[in-house]
Design a protein around this ligand. Structure first.
Ligand code: AMP
Ligand code: MG
Length: 338
């Protein structure tokens, strides 16, 4: 059908008016300081108003979590740890309870390689006070005494949302799983308000929601040795990329670096592995798994991949050797193979 000029003119005018009224959509990028790092958030093809609302809600989420999930500042987790030390029962928020239940399950599945009950071990190594680093490493007797108390979330018992622990020496530190949980909560929040295309990136650990500029996101995997990404992976809607690295946080004592990732069984900082990257559509699992695989190293890679049911994992040993799951091998495009 051909429209006559008589009809075409008003049609063009109406379209122009509609276009002028509809708020402009574009990509918005924000940097938020939270969890002692920068969280970068990108919203694709949204209006300024949509971007502003989503940012405000994310900031409120990060603010709550920052206070309540860290054991060394006043907040809910600190109160829970105090109750455990006093042998008392305590009511726990639904959000923290489900995170603790997940941590308990991953502790069991990873045969204790992931253990969110090692708060006292972190303190013994002085890894909680980065501003005031320790001057000596713990001695063997101190370590043995602590390990003998066998801290772990397996000692928790629940009555609804109330918990108690049979082990007063248990101190919960959710640092090994928290970023994954924040990514998961960010995803739920953003999807609920109709933000269908976004990336939330917490210091390199990220979740992809939808597509970036109409295409699947190509994400660089951080290199432990340089600023250039090691490899790239196409990340689909709802997938997360989580990396645990020995270089991320550490203390230096007498010229030796001790990483913040500890082997809960030996009590020692991990030295054999420099980084692990896990891709999964469950960011909480990916986070727990990356930490567990750091502890297990190449020797336990296959065992942990199976126990945690992982499809995509990459491990880089201190010597530069790599271990990959078959799925990761297929997806990964190397840029700078170690
Ligand atoms: P991530 O970067 O996810 O590996 O988390 C590291 C943080 O988790 C550390 O800063 C500690 O707070 C905590 N952590 C260290 N070692 C372990 C472990 N073996 N299992 C669970 N959490 C750990
Ligand atoms: Mg982790």
């Amino acid at each position: 059908m051909r429209l006559s000029r008589r009809w075409l003119r008003p049609l063009i005018a109406a379209t122009a008016i509609l276009g002028a009224c509809a708020p402009a959509e574009r990509d918005y990028h924000h940097e938020i300081l939270a969890f002692s790092t920068y969280v970068s958030v990108t919203f694709y093809a949204v209006t300024e108003e949509e971007s502003r609302i989503a940012l405000t809600q994310l900031e409120a989420l990060f603010h709550d979590v920052d206070a309540d999930w860290y054991p060394w500042t006043p907040g809910e987790l600190q109160r829970i740890n105090a109750a455990i030390a006093a042998g008392e029962r305590i009511a726990v928020s639904e959000r923290l309870a489900s995170l603790m239940r997940a941590a308990t399950a991953y502790e069991q599945q990873s045969q204790g390689r992931f253990n969110a009950g090692l708060g006292r071990l972190i303190e013994l190594w002085g890894l909680h006070e980065m501003a005031n680093p320790p001057t000596r490493i713990p001695n063997a007797d101190e370590l043995a005494a602590l390990l003998q108390t066998a801290p772990g979330l397996h000692s928790l018992s629940w009555q609804g949302f109330e918990l108690s622990s049979s082990n007063p020496e248990l101190m919960i530190d959710l640092g090994g799983i928290a970023k994954g949980a924040i990514l998961e909560e960010s995803q739920i929040l953003l999807r609920a308000i109709g933000m269908d295309n976004a990336i939330v990136n917490i210091g390199g650990d990220l979740i992809v929601i939808g597509r970036a500029r109409g295409r699947a996101a190509r994400i660089g995997i951080r290199s432990p040795l340089s600023d250039t990404p090691l490899a790239r992976v196409v990340i689909n809607d709802g997938e997360s990329v989580i990396t645990s690295g020995s270089y991320e946080r550490f203390v230096e004592i007498d010229g030796t670096r001790y990483t913040h990732i500890l082997n809960p069984i030996s009590g020692l900082p991990v030295a054999h592995t420099v980084s692990v990257t896990v891709v999964d559509d469950d960011p909480v699992l990916a986070d727990a798994a990356a930490t567990a695989l750091m502890v297990g190293g190449a020797g336990e890679f296959d065992m942990l991949v199976e126990a945690l049911n992982l499809e995509y994992a990459l491990l880089i040993e201190a010597g530069g050797d790599t271990r990959l799951t078959p799925g990761m091998r297929e997806r990964l495009q190397w840029i700078d193979q170690p």
